[in-house]
Design a protein around this ligand. Structure first.
Ligand SMILES: [Zn+2]
Length: 331
């Protein structure tokens, strides 16, 4: 059963925008029969306001397709069944200047819906004052762990060009993601953001693994670091711990699925092979243990870990230009 509602933004205007929403039936028998109820929202809008606010609507209504031809005849009906109708009505109220009808607060799901439609219809400038207000209300509750909300915020901050949030979210993802960034909902996040973020994460992990491999492989060349005993113990401890961290697998390669930058750095920092004492004297001549090349003061490795913890500052937009929506730089 379909019910219909007709919302008039202004009687004098002559374009009717038809929005469709379909809701699942609460009736169990209808669900079993595959039937569904729904409601159709019809909104009468001003074509001039739409065309001024949105180059996408402008192209649509100026086109030689049926919408544009209909408008030339004084009446056009446009069906937008794929859009979130409630959010589109909010954006239409903004476009038509009915600010008092626009909510001052949105939850994260609604803000994401707004971002999707703003990107689709290129309404960035038209909604800027409201989007800043909506973001300001939610930015105190940004995620601190890597979860779906991080991807949502990457989308929101990309669409609304909010560099501080984009920077924070991309840095969080770089540090905590255990694989390539997954934009499952195909949200409007610039491909460049995801590509650069994945590259940054993989490059940091590559540097870590290469440093460990160089440290480990020194025991397979013939240079004795300290003594046979001391080298053997260092090799054993390092091999045991690298194996426990799954870092000796032959198939350890990009995109390093299962490894996060923070996880690997934390494991190395707490590993025994960074804290070994020299065993040469205790085994060979019974003297007090001292430091040696194997005692793994590992200054270089420790410094590298510290540097890599802040290796990536996150992505941000470069200085915005009016017609430049997708320039991203790594800072
Ligand atoms: Zn030693």
């Amino acid at each position: 059963m379909v019910s219909s509602k007709y919302t008039v933004l202004e009687d004098d205007w002559d374009t009717i925008l038809v929005l469709n929403i379909w809701e699942s039936s609460d009736d169990a028998s209808e669900q079993r029969n595959g039937a569904s109820t729904g409601r159709q929202i019809r909104v009468k809008v001003s074509p001039k306001h739409l065309m001024i606010a949105s180059p996408v609507f402008k192209a649509m209504l100026n086109s030689k397709f049926k919408e544009g031809k209909g408008l030339a005849d004084g009446f056009a009906e446009v069906s937008l069944p794929d859009d979130n109708p409630e959010m589109l009505v909010i954006l239409l109220n903004i476009i038509h200047g009915f600010s008092r009808r626009v909510p001052r607060i949105l939850d994260l799901d609604d803000l994401l819906e707004a971002a999707i439609l703003v990107d689709k219809y290129d309404l960035h400038e038209a909604v800027e004052v409201f989007s800043e207000m909506w973001i300001r209300h939610l930015e105190g509750s940004l995620p601190t762990t890597y979860c779906d909300d991080v991807i949502c915020w990457m989308c929101i901050s990309s669409v609304f060009r909010h560099s501080p949030i984009l920077k924070a979210m991309t840095k969080l993802a770089w540090k905590l993601a255990i694989g390539p960034i997954c934009n499952e909902g195909d949200l409007p996040i610039p491909a460049e953001v995801i590509t650069k973020l994945d590259e940054a994460r993989e490059e940091t992990l590559r540097e870590i693994f290469e440093a460990l491999e160089n440290d480990f492989s020194q025991y397979y060349i013939h240079n004795i670091q300290c003594s046979t005993y001391c080298d053997a113990i260092a090799l054993g401890v390092m091999g045991h711990e690298l194996n426990a961290m799954n870092l000796l697998d032959d198939d350890l390669k990009r995109p390093y699925v299962g490894f996060s930058v923070k996880g690997v750095l934390d494991q190395i920092s707490s590993s025994r092979f960074l804290k070994l004492e020299c065993y040469r004297y205790s085994f060979d001549i019974g003297e007090e243990r001292k430091r040696c090349a194997n005692s793994l003061d590992r200054t270089a490795m420790t410094k590298l870990i510290d540097v890599l913890r802040d290796d990536f500052g996150g992505l941000s937009f470069d200085l915005p230009e009016p017609d430049d929506h997708h320039v991203i730089v790594i800072q």
